[in-house]
Design a protein around this ligand. Structure first.
Ligand code: BG6
Ligand code: MG
Length: 224
């Protein structure tokens, strides 16, 4: 590994803002409509995963994976997204998680490029609501990613855009699928959340307010 970080690639939901909670609310309600119950523990398997894949996991969880046509599945996913969109319409800069703006400022001041690597097709809208666009040099288009997380494509796309070696990139994630994607991209993984879920990450911070560029840089250098 080179000891210079060239790019940071951030997940959005659950890292920059707490929309992970909104995804959970919207999915719980949709699941209830079709007679399936989901809890926070099961929800961990949905974090970072695309909309359709999330729905397929919910149907499987409820033993209903063969009960809906392809068209009905699309309609259910649309229904969840319509509900989700009403929740994110209320997002404001007050919803930026603690420590995130300071971290983005520190990264920018170090001259390191920043990308958004979210699986969400709603990510550009949310970033606008949060008024954080100015920090991001590139946003991976979730609609164009063929293989969602845990596949590394999202992270590789950002590094390829910047034309920097994968080993010089740092990914920041709150989801198990996301950390797997970062590691499989040969990048340095920063996990935000609990150790048992994110154990594959190179460094873990319990909450966003604990994030520190200093600490990330020294952990990155220690592994270079
Ligand atoms: C990820 C979330 O960021 O985006 C998942 O962690 C979500 O929960 C996925 O399913 C897709 O989001 P959207 O907004 O395109 O349905
Ligand atoms: Mg996330």
């Amino acid at each position: 590994m080179s000891n210079q970080i060239n790019a940071f690639i951030f997940d959005l939901d659950g890292v920059i803002t707490d929309t992970a909670e909104y995804h959970f609310n919207a999915w719980s309600e949709l699941a209830k409509d079709i007679g399936i119950e989901i809890d926070e523990e099961f929800n961990e398997q949905l974090k970072g995963v695309s909309r359709i894949e999330s729905l397929q996991r919910i149907l499987k969880h409820g033993g209903k994976e063969n009960e809906f046509t392809e068209q009905e599945i699309i309609e259910l996913a649309d229904k969840k997204n319509d509900h989700y969109k009403t929740l994110i319409a209320k997002v404001t800069p007050n919803d930026i998680l603690p420590g995130i703006v300071d971290l983005l400022e520190d990264i920018k001041a170090s001259g390191i490029q920043i990308a958004l690597g979210s699986a969400s097709k709603n990510a550009p809208f949310i970033l606008e609501q949060l008024q954080l666009n100015r920090y991001f040099d590139y946003i991976v288009d979730a609609g164009k990613v063929k293989q969602g997380k845990p596949h590394p494509e999202t992270f590789l796309t950002a590094a390829d855009h910047f034309d920097v070696p994968y080993e010089t990139c740092v990914g920041v994630e709150d989801a198990e699928a996301g950390v797997t994607a970062i590691k499989d991209a040969s990048m340095f993984a920063v996990g935000v959340g609990s150790e048992p879920i994110l154990h594959k990450a190179n460094i873990i911070f319990p909450e966003t307010k604990n994030l520190s560029l200093e600490k990330i840089k020294s952990a990155f250098n220690a592994e270079s």
